[in-house]
Design a protein around this ligand. Structure first.
Ligand code: ADP
Ligand code: MG
Length: 691
């Protein structure tokens, strides 16, 4: 028996040697199956001969006619021109490159058939370098099906790709790929059979709805995309099952620490905080590692939920680690946790990349000995030198910036013999539901869908920077009113250095324009101590105006700050703008956010700023962001690594995603199909090999 198509290398085909195989590799094509999944981008219609008289500019088609005139023209570029006619009209063929033989054969009186694109030329329509054949007396048939145009690469062109695809297709005819979707599922969702779908997409019949195909909405395309999404979903579930197989320490809540903590808080928990905390507490109190994603809009009070979880670990005699993506955020958590928990006699350690020497060593010692019960830090917590005494829980704040792989390595990090720590992941950037299902299917999800009482929504205005002076006056008035103001300078071409420089310049200009105000500056290039000092002054209301780069994006909490100016908001994604804006509106006074754009705005730019103006609901904003920018941008680059789809497109196929979970359930009766499906679409343990 011949090997399965998934295991047959392309070199098995006629005429494919190492050189060609290398080129195919550039298209991620290694096997015959890869070749079959390498679908056309679009199609050419060579199934009929189009009357020349009916051609429009841009038409790509077959024409046939008699050469009436052939001439070499010497203009700016020497070219061979042939005028051909078919009784309905005439058209010029133009060749910039031609040899003597060509010139001699293209003579008046000859009938030829051409394929090319009709473009407007000097004298009516022309085709530049069309493909052509002489037509002799006999009947020459046109193509039966549409001709595929594949994604290509340098040195590997359509003719070659077509012939490889057709070889692969004939192997498909004789061997076939295993159908992994059960009949009843396919019938219910009206999905064609796998082999049939593949065959169809490589050579669709002439009467197919081409628009449907171009939009990727044809049932045959959806059939493949759907299976791929399903495979990704299964792979995440598998990952989750694997984790579940490991044990975790049971963290019993005694209330010994959490009760005094809650009593000392100046506010009661919101209903949503209580509900989510209870979900977390229940997970922690089980012998399987918790993997829970807590989503809550900015300001919804996630930190308290994290603290309660950490206390449950400490109550059970274990350590908890709290990790944040930026130093500013980590510092803020450290300050919060210290202030809340040290009065209860709990030592909180601090670890960041910039912490050096003796200070670092003393923190590491405290973590290793177990003297520190809670450790707060940046991803420095990943480092090898960090050894925990007995880690029971890892909290990752703003998970958004960490991908599946980081999730995994952190899980490994805290591994203690047979036991894995529980994991709580928190994000303030709501993730559209569809993406949660594909990118986070290995996690359980809780949503804090309620803000603490007494908040007033932020009023947002969108104005052009030609009105900067007016904005400055508004800042003056607000500060005279006792408000505090953020002035945010956004990223310039990804360069942190330039961004910091821009913030420095802006701070100087504002100091000149507003001499009576106390103005501070924070940016990413300052030392942590300097940043902390400025933030501290702002928090203590010793500064009126804080000029900042987007370092203040996540988590920074100054309730009295009620106005935010964002310069060039068009440079940022919606999620990031939402994060920034979340810094204001934390107190009870009405807050404002001014989005000061630089004209002209693109259509999409206008649309995005309008979304910001019209809604403050993070989930709605996230859905809109997904729609406008696509999943790669929304999830961040780290995430997209694992989101490389061959055929599916999360945006286009969003409606399929909502069915994936359901069908995954239906497939429970076919466990033997799951593993092959994962292998077909994700390869063998490539993605998650380190688990
Ligand atoms: P986020 O979810 O954005 O991380 P934080 O945890 O930073 O939000 O909380 C935002 C602010 O709300 C903090 O000042 C916090 O003390 C306060 N807060 C949290 N929970 C409540 C509550 N239940 N009632 C009133 N204020 C709260
Ligand atoms: Mg937070």
């Amino acid at each position: 028996m011949s090997a399965a198509l998934a295991e047959t290398p392309v070199t098995d085909l006629k005429g494919v040697g190492t050189a060609l195989a290398l080129k195919l590799e550039r298209l991620s094509i290694h096997t015959l199956q890869d070749l079959l999944f390498h679908l056309p981008l679009r199609y050419q219609d060579r199934t009929r001969i189009v009357p020349i008289g009916s051609l429009r500019p841009g038409d790509e088609c077959v024409i046939e006619g008699e050469i009436k005139l052939a001439d070499v023209k010497q203009g700016k570029r020497r070219s061979l021109l042939c005028r051909i006619q078919d009784g309905t009209g005439s058209l010029t063929l133009r060749f910039f490159h031609f040899n003597a033989a060509q010139k001699n054969s293209l003579k008046p009186g000859l009938r030829i058939r051409c394929f090319g694109e009709a473009r407007p030329g000097a004298a009516g329509l022309e085709m530049v370098h069309p493909e052509y054949n002489k037509v002799s007396g006999d009947f020459v048939p046109v193509a039966e099906n549409l001709t595929p145009v594949y994604p290509a690469t340098e040195g590997l062109h359509q003719t070659r790709l077509r012939s490889l695809a057709s070889q692969a297709l004939s192997r498909l005819d004789s061997q076939g790929l295993q159908e992994l979707m059960p009949d009843n599922v396919r019938q219910q969702w009206q999905l064609p059979e796998l082999n049939e779908a593949i065959r169809y997409l490589h050579n669709p019949p002439a009467d197919v709805d081409q628009h449907l195909l171009l939009d990727g909405k044809h049932p045959a395309q959806r059939r493949l995309a759907f299976e791929e999404l399903l495979a990704h979903h299964f792979s995440l579930l598998k990952l989750r099952d694997k984790t579940r197989e490991q044990g975790a320490p049971v963290l019993r809540p005694s209330g010994e620490l959490s009760q005094p903590f809650l009593n000392a808080l100046p506010f009661p928990l919101t209903g949503a905080q209580q509900r989510v905390s209870a979900e977390v507490a229940k997970d922690l109190n089980s012998p399987y590692p918790m993997l829970r994603l807590v989503q809550g809009d900015v300001g919804s009070g996630k930190t308290v939920v994290a603290a309660l979880a950490a206390l449950q670990a400490v109550e059970s005699g274990l350590q908890a680690a709290v990790m944040a993506p930026t130093e500013i955020l980590a510092e803020q958590h450290f300050n919060n946790f210290s202030a809340w928990l040290e009065p209860l006699g709990i030592k909180v350690a601090w670890l960041a990349g910039k912490l050096k020497g003796k200070q670092r060593q003393s923190q590491l010692d405290a973590i290793r000995s177990g003297e520190a019960r809670i450790v707060v830090g940046t991803h420095a917590l990943f480092q090898e030198e960090v050894v925990f005494d007995d880690l029971g829980l890892v909290v990752v704040d703003e998970q958004h910036r960490f991908g599946v792989h980081q999730r995994l390595s952190l899980r490994e990090k805290g591994r203690n013999g047979e036991l894995s720590p529980h994991q709580l992941i928190m994000t303030a950037t709501p993730i559209p539901r569809t993406l949660t299902m594909s990118a986070y299917a290995d996690l359980d999800c809780s949503i804090i869908d309620e803000l603490p009482p007494g908040r007033t929504p932020v009023a947002t205005v969108v104005i052009g920077d030609e009105r900067r002076q007016q904005v400055i006056e508004r800042v003056r008035a607000a500060c005279n009113d006792g408000r505090q103001v953020y002035w945010v300078c956004t990223l310039i071409e990804e360069s942190e250095a330039l961004q910091c420089q821009a913030a420095e310049v802006t701070a100087e200009q504002l100091a000149e324009a507003l001499p009576e105000l106390r103005i501070g500056l924070v940016h990413g290039r300052m030392k942590p101590a300097e940043k902390a000092e400025v933030m501290g002054q702002f928090k203590a209301a010793e500064l009126d105006l804080l000029v900042a780069t987007t370092v203040i994006e996540v988590g920074v909490d100054v309730p009295n700050a009620s106005v935010m100016i964002i310069e060039n908001p068009e440079r940022l994604g919606l999620a990031q703008l939402h994060q920034l804006r979340g810094r204001v509106g934390r107190g009870s006074v009405e807050s404002f956010c001014v989005l000061m754009y630089h004209a002209p705005l693109s259509k999409q730019g206008r649309e995005r700023l309008a979304v910001m103006r019209d809604t403050t609901d993070g989930f709605k904003i996230a859905e809109k962001d997904l729609e406008l920018r696509g999943p790669g941008e929304v999830l961040g680059t780290r995430q997209t690594g694992m989101m490389q789809f061959k055929i599916a497109d999360l945006q286009r196929d969003a409606d399929l995603l909502s069915r994936v979970k359901h069908v995954a359930g239906q497939m429970q009766g076919y466990p033997q199909h799951v593993e092959p499906m994962i292998r077909r679409w994700l390869g063998v343990g490539e993605e998650y090999g380190n688990v």
